[in-house]
Design a protein around this ligand. Structure first.
Ligand SMILES: *Cc1c(COP(=O)(O)O)cnc(C)c1O
Length: 467
């Protein structure tokens, strides 16, 4: 008989030891495709194996093959923080193993979720008309928003009739918008051809409101039915941010649904001095902010604020007999606010994080990340052979190495990213800006220090010089 208590303690201790030695590990593991699979038995065992062997195999074959997202020198993609307080919460959530689909299937999870979302609403300075829930991902929240756009525009008939004989709906977003928006229009049946891209302008690379007005007018004249607008606050490529207030005014003029995708940068709105960057979000119909990116709670913890929960549940809720909670018509059943039926207990980690670090602690982290990102950006700007492509949007900037000959700059920068990541001391990713390759640098790891950020400078410049 295995001693599960001892294994549980060992797993928790392994995790703390792992976190403690992260700085000494290469951020991206030096493995080739197929290398890990070759170490795993091709078929499952018929009889129990000693757990000691299972755990040893994990330590030897699996852990070293992970890309270490909690590494303090992870500057790629976006942060996916798992603060220690969140890690502790997840141990408890795992132990409880509840399915939090209805109030009755987990009253405390439901009521804590309501409170935790209200705490964040206050922390972000949003008005109290917003309610919300915690979705698994921003992709789910945005899909839900697009489904509500569709149903509102069709007077809530689309679920019943399908779209084959309805007017052709149009959704508007900027050229910088995240791919989750493309997928939401595919899955909603609205179709990629009806996702209209608003041209961008200005240093924030935000949607041009005049262009949007013209697009909507042309669509109406051509017999389309505009349904909604999706605004970016800190889009993934270079942190593009739309003039949300202008988009909100256009949404109001045409009675369109407005969804704000602030999945990454929304976390920064706990800092009052940054809120001008999403001014107008208070007029949105829904907003998504991933607490699991830059706020310390580990994935999945996507905060989905909604102005009118009734239109969300009218779009998404099914009420088969086996889900009826007799005599409990006044309670909230959060599965009706999302796409999956089963849902994890996601609020505990958020509650632990907010209490363990306080808003001031989290604000200090975010302000530091922004300041350190800017310092590195200025250092690279002053370095011959480098150019800054986009200035720091929140804590994300992009740069490019021009080399000596300034030839094949795209290939040179792709080679530079790969060489940096193979080196292992830091981890970066690339994007394209106006068609040309740029290297992204994002500061957001919960435990990164100024020294971690500045240590990227010699790594980047030394490796570039060797190319
Ligand atoms: C990360 C991100 C998403 C997708 O988030 P998921 O939670 O992984 O679905 C969408 N939009 C923006 C702006 C993002 O940064």
């Amino acid at each position: 008989m295995e001693d599960w208590r001892a294994w549980t303690v060992k797993a928790a201790e392994w995790g703390m030891d792992y976190r403690a030695r992260l700085r000494d590990l290469p951020v991206r593991p030096p493995v080739q495709p197929g290398e890990i699979a070759a170490k795993i038995a091709p078929s499952p065992p018929e009889t129990p194996e000693p757990f000691e062997k299972v755990f040893a195999d994990f330590e030897r074959d699996i852990a070293p093959g992970m890309t270490h997202w909690q590494h303090p020198r992870f500057f790629a993609y976006f942060p996916s923080n798992s603060a220690p307080a969140s890690l502790v919460a997840e141990h408890l959530v795992n132990a409880i193993g509840a399915v939090c689909m209805l109030w009755q299937t987990s009253p405390a999870a439901t009521e804590l979720e309501t409170r935790a979302v209200a705490w964040l609403r206050q922390a972000f300075g949003l008005p109290d008309v917003f309610q919300g829930c915690i979705q698994d991902t921003a992709s789910t929240a945005t899909l839900a928003a697009v489904l509500v756009m569709r149903e509102r525009a069709l007077n809530f008939t689309g679920n019943q009739t399908g779209l084959s004989s309805t007017p052709r709906l149009r959704i508007y977003c900027s050229a910088e918008a995240h791919s989750s928006i493309d997928r939401a229009v595919w899955f909603s049946g609205i179709g990629a051809d009806n996702l209209v891209r608003i041209p961008i302008k200005g240093p924030l690379r935000g949607a041009d409101p005049d262009a949007l007005r013209a697009l909507i007018a042309a669509d109406i004249a051509a017999g389309y039915k505009p349904a909604g607008i999706i605004a970016n606050v800190g889009a993934t490529g270079v942190g593009a941010t739309d003039p949300v207030a202008d988009l909100a005014a256009i949404a109001r003029e045409h009675n369109l649904y407005l969804h704000v995708d602030a999945a990454w940068a929304g976390a920064a709105m706990i800092c009052p001095e940054l809120r001008h960057l999403w001014a107008g979000a208070e007029h949105a119909d829904s907003i998504v902010v991933n607490a699991h990116k830059w706020l310390g709670a580990q994935t999945h913890c996507s905060i989905h604020f909604v102005r009118d929960p009734a239109s969300l549940t009218r779009t998404l809720a099914a009420k088969p007999d086996y889900l009826h909670t007799l005599g409990l018509s006044e309670v909230v059943n959060y599965s009706e606010w999302g796409i999956p039926l089963g849902r994890q207990f996601r609020a505990l980690k958020l509650w632990f994080v907010l209490r363990a670090y306080g808003l001031e602690g989290l604000r200090t982290m975010i302000r530091n990340h922004i300041a350190w990102s800017r310092a590195l950006c200025e250092k690279l700007r002053a370095t011959p052979g480098f150019e800054i492509v986009t200035d720091a949007a929140f804590s994300l900037f992009t740069f490019r190495y021009l080399g000596v000959s300034r030839a094949n700059v795209d290939d040179l920068n792709l080679a530079l990213v790969e060489a940096i990541n193979a080196d292992g001391r830091i981890y970066l990713t690339q994007t394209r800006v106006d068609g040309a390759v740029a290297i992204r640098f994002q500061v957001g790891q919960f435990e990164c220090t100024e020294a971690d950020v500045m240590s990227a400078y010699p790594v980047i410049t030394e490796i570039a010089a060797r190319l």
